[in-house]
Design a protein around this ligand. Structure first.
Ligand SMILES: Nc1ncnc2c1ncn2[C@@H]1O[C@H](COP(=O)(O)OP(=O)(O)OP(=O)(O)O)[C@@H](O)[C@H]1O
Ligand SMILES: [Mg+2]
Length: 582
């Protein structure tokens, strides 16, 4: 990185939307930030050819002229990581959305005039003794009141030695020194270049599920902590709703919600929703363990490009403290559009559908930052990444969708027909996949639910068989099918409507515990078995089909989110009434 002894000044020679070309910045380095124009808007160096450099501007370039000044800053796009992130919303460059000072910048001091972040006083509670020997990742102390998960101040990477000095109990500002380690100052907040992955020790073997609280995901297409998942779906198929449900209910410690080129009011809804919800684990509000990065459709386009890295960087910061973080990006297609827009203006040779040839590697770079790791301090923690994909016209063969599928462990494909039929979440059981399904089955088996894998396999087989028979019945008529096949059709319907459907807006059904999900699925599978026994005993299929399955279908709404016993207690009665038909 170029170190600026004195500011290097150049001038603007070309402007095309977010693309700005400058001249006269000798020694400029790739990714270095440049302040351009009278307002000093931030732009990142993306190409250098001799005296000329191409920059990607993060703010509106309206009003910018040829000949305007351009000042190299000597630093890259960095995030200021410290207390004060949880419970708040920032833009793609990590500026608090409530005010507009330049919060994120190339080692220039963050503006001290943001009343809500920097001027806030924090308390620091030392966790080590003066004279202790510490190394990167060790906890120096904690900051009470910085959200609902413990905020730990760590020894930064590259710093080690004896603790020479520790701040006493505050009050401290974000940029104040809290400790001196091996002669180096450690501040309450740390700057980190958002595009550079934060270091960790290694990736421990084994998988641990992330419980999302959404049955179709947890029962059929489970995700491991530290894995990546994508949610492709056409317009209005429920991507945002599903991601919001995961944000609200998954058993992660910290959620980073990146609203990327989507409607601003949706992000306001997320904030509102989270602010109203009580976090059952902490007793506080859910928002107090959430960070929102909002770069709505009406905000400058290139900040969208930065926003997903900003989001990941914040998640890694909490990971390093030992927390499990989830990054949700809605939508990665809007992010890819920013890449395309810039590449086109830059005259890059377009690859598929106008996207730059680097699309796949850029997507990989994003999803690969997911991981379950042993941190430098020796804690096991994770960053899980979940991205929505909005293929234009619902075309699943377009480049962002097809490339994304290669880099994720789970694909939760939303089906237009299911959404039209108001089967929500509209997660398709023909196009979705979960690559860690087998190892997660072993985890369940070792952790109190040995039936998990078998239950899942039966459900998947029942859905597939019911689909096949429904196609057949359309041709030959349901009445021409043998009784046991009609029971499969019936079972498929009970499974879809009684287990996979989940009403996001219902107090009982919005979130589902693992135990209640298992109980509901067991209920349906037992009912199907009972029906098959009746057919074997010679009871006509029509008689069975006319029985009242309402109690099976209503169980998910009637039992509370954690009430597995409530579901199981219905089972005996429902089966008993069915047996009476024989
Ligand atoms: N789980 C659910 N429970 C109840 N209703 C749902 C659910 N999922 C989606 N819906 C309904 O579908 C509508 C559209 O959902 P959503 O906005 O999430 O779609 P989207 O795929 O994000 O759309 P866009 O393509 O515009 O981003 C919602 O307003 C809601 O009415
Ligand atoms: Mg949406």
């Amino acid at each position: 990185m170029g170190t600026a002894v004195k500011p290097r000044a150049g001038r603007v020679v070309r402007v095309s939307g977010p693309l700005v070309e400058v001249e006269g910045l000798a020694g400029l380095s790739m990714l270095e930030l440049v302040a351009i124009g009278p307002k000093g808007i931030s732009a990142e160096t993306v190409a250098i050819r001799g005296e000329r450099a191409t920059l990607q501007a993060y703010e509106y370039t309206g009003g910018l002229r040829v000949g305007d000044p351009a000042e190299a800053t000597g630093g890259q796009l960095t995030g200021l990581l410290g207390p004060g992130l949880l419970g708040r919303a920032f833009d793609g460059l990590m500026r608090p959305l409530s005010s507009a000072p330049l919060w994120l910048g190339p080692d220039r001091p963050a503006s001290a005039d943001d009343p809500t972040v920097l001027a806030r006083d924090w308390e620091f509670v030392p966790g080590v003794a003066i004279g202790a020997r510490v190394s990167p990742g060790d906890v120096l102390g904690t900051v009470p009141g910085a959200g609902s998960v413990e905020h730990r101040v760590l020894v930064p990477a590259g710093v080690a030695g004896e603790v020479g000095w520790l701040a006493s109990n505050g009050p401290l500002h974000a940029l104040d020194v809290v400790a001196r380690v091996g002669g180096a100052d450690v501040r309450l907040s740390e700057r980190w270049p958002v595009r550079a992955p934060r270091p960790f020790r290694d990736r421990p073997p084994g998988v641990v599920p992330l419980h999302t609280g959404q049955r179709v995901l947890d029962l059929l297409y489970p995700l491991a902590r530290g894995a990546a998942a994508a949610v492709p779906g056409g317009f209005g198929t429920g991507k945002t709703m599903l991601l919001q449900q995961v944000a609200k209910w998954s058993d992660a410690d910290v959620i980073v919600y990146v609203g990327c080129g989507e409607r601003g009011n949706e992000m306001a809804d997320v904030l509102d929703g989270l602010a109203k919800l009580v976090d059952e684990r902490t007793g506080g509000r859910l928002i107090d363990r959430t960070v929102i990065i909002a770069n709505a459709s009406n905000m400058p386009m290139m900040a969208r490009e930065a926003s997903i890295y900003t989001g990941i960087c914040i998640a890694e910061f909490y990971r390093d403290m030992g927390h499990d973080a989830v990054v949700i990006a809605d939508s990665t297609s809007r992010w890819a559009e920013a890449l395309r827009e810039f590449a086109n203006r830059n005259g890059d040779l377009p690859a598929e559908e106008g996207y730059p040839a680097s699309l796949a590697s850029e997507l990989a770079a994003f999803y690969e930052r997911a991981g379950r790791v042993t941190t430098l301090g020796g804690r096991t923690a994770s960053v899980t990444v979940i991205g929505a994909v909005s293929p234009p016209g619902g075309d699943m063969t377009e480049p962002v969708t097809t490339d994304t599928q290669r880099f994720v462990r789970a694909l939760w494909l939303l089906d237009r027909d299911l959404a039209y039929a108001r089967h929500y979440p509209a997660v398709s059981w023909t196009g979705s996949f979960a690559r860690d399904e087998e190892s997660l089955g072993l985890w369940h088996s070792a952790n109190g639910d040995p039936g998990w894998a078998g239950r899942r396999a039966r459900a998947a087989a029942l859905l597939a068989e019911a689909d096949r028979l429904a196609d057949l019945a359309e041709i030959i008529g349901t009445n021409s099918l043998p009784g046991h096949e009609r029971m499969v059709l019936l079972g498929g319907r009970l499974l879809r409507d009684g287990v996979l459907m989940q009403n996001a807006l219902s107090a009982n059904d919005g979130f589902c515990s693992a135990a209640k999900g298992a109980a509901l699925l067991d209920l349906v599978l037992d009912v199907v078995d009972a029906c098959q026994r009746l057919v074997e005993r010679g009871v006509p299929a029509t008689v069975i089909e006319r029985a009242d399955f309402g109690p099976v279908l209503r169980a998910r709404e009637e039992a509370g989110p954690g009430d597995a016993a409530g579901v199981s207690s219905r089972r005996a009665e429902i089966i008993h009434r069915l047996e009476e038909l024989g």
